[in-house]
Design a protein around this ligand. Structure first.
Ligand SMILES: NC(=O)C1=CN([C@@H]2O[C@H](COP(=O)(O)OP(=O)(O)OC[C@H]3O[C@@H](n4cnc5c(N)ncnc54)[C@H](O)[C@@H]3O)[C@@H](O)[C@H]2O)C=CC1
Ligand SMILES: O=C([O-])CC(=O)C(=O)O
Length: 258
């Protein structure tokens, strides 16, 4: 097995391929699984069916395409013994899909690897929950253009905001379902902490925001934790933070031991 494949080749996969490509000692992107009929970058082996990607035997497949792509390709890749990094962590809010992925990974002897993404502090939540967590709240704050194309457009007039506006409150499971391209970090925080139904989420559009900000407030037997990161967006997609692509790169390098 050699090489790394992506599912999808949007802003995150492009950033990952470029960054790894600048380091000759790093593992390289060699294959890409695209939607049927979609064009892809030159220089990579392009696949339009999971079967041909499986035949290429990449050491790792990195999903950079969205929750639907996990449902479509994840079980087949894992049961074929191919490790799968999951960027669209919100896909794991579907309990039946999560169980199918775990089962396929066990049957195939493969690893399912959710990424940390554009947030941090998850190791602390995982440790703290061992002694009991009372509450975990996640807040996602982005400038209005970063919410364009999401259901936020139906809830508020993004172009007319004068100050920070909370436009959504719900559980992590509800938020990840309603905002599949924006609430992956909420799902990641929930899975590390109090779970998808007990983690509260607030989504905020703020004309003054200078980046994509993620906050976690957690309380429990361990004490209290406040986490905050303000991310610069990826050049190709203002919804996606650069750190999300960097966390994938860190995982790819660790997987290859380089
Ligand atoms: N965990 C985290 O912190 C974050 C996770 N994400 C997730 O990463 C995904 C990718 O982000 P970007 O690259 O910025 O998005 P993007 O929209 O720039 O690129 C996504 C690409 O995937 C392709 N695609 C969609 N469905 C596909 C399928 N079934 N099979 C093959 N290709 C498919 C699209 O054609 C597009 O080229 C997002 O959809 C989101 O779910 C995004 C930001 C942060
Ligand atoms: O990139 C980010 O800032 C986070 C994001 O969109 C997500 O969690 O889906």
């Amino acid at each position: 097995m050699s090489g790394v494949a992506t599912i999808g080749f949007g802003a995150m996969a492009r950033s990952l391929a470029e960054s790894l490509g600048r380091d000759p000692r790093a593992p390289q992107i060699t294959d890409c699984l695209l939607r049927p009929g979609a064009a892809g970058p030159s220089g990579l082996r392009l696949h339009h069916r999971a079967e041909t990607l499986i035949d290429a035997r990449p050491a790792l497949v990195v999903e950079c395409a969205g929750p639907a792509a996990i449902a479509e390709h994840g079980p087949a890749l894992l049961s074929a013994g191919i490790d799968l990094a999951i960027v669209s962590v919100g896909a794991l809010c579907d309990d039946a899909l999560h169980a199918r992925l775990l089962c396929a990974a066990r049957d195939g002897g493969a690893q399912m690897l959710p990424v940390t993404g554009a947030i941090g502090g998850l190791d602390l939540l995982e440790a703290a929950r061992l002694a009991g967590l009372d509450s975990v709240t996640y807040r996602g704050i982005k400038p209005p253009p970063a919410w364009a194309g999401s259901p936020a457009e139906q809830l508020i007039d993004l172009g007319a905001l004068r100050g920070a506006t909370v436009f959504y409150r719900g559980t992590a499971r509800q938020a990840a379902g309603a905002f599949p391209k924006n609430a992956n970090v909420a799902a990641a925080a929930a899975l590390a902490g109090t779970g998808l139904d007990a983690t509260q989420v607030e989504l905020v559009a703020d004309p003054e925001a200078t980046g994509n900000r993620h906050e976690i407030l957690a309380r429990g037997a361990f004490g209290e934790m406040r986490f905050e990161v303000t991310n610069r967006p990826l050049p190709g997609n203002p919804r996606t933070s650069w750190l999300a692509a960097l966390s994938v790169e860190a995982l790819v390098r660790a997987h290859a031991g380089r």
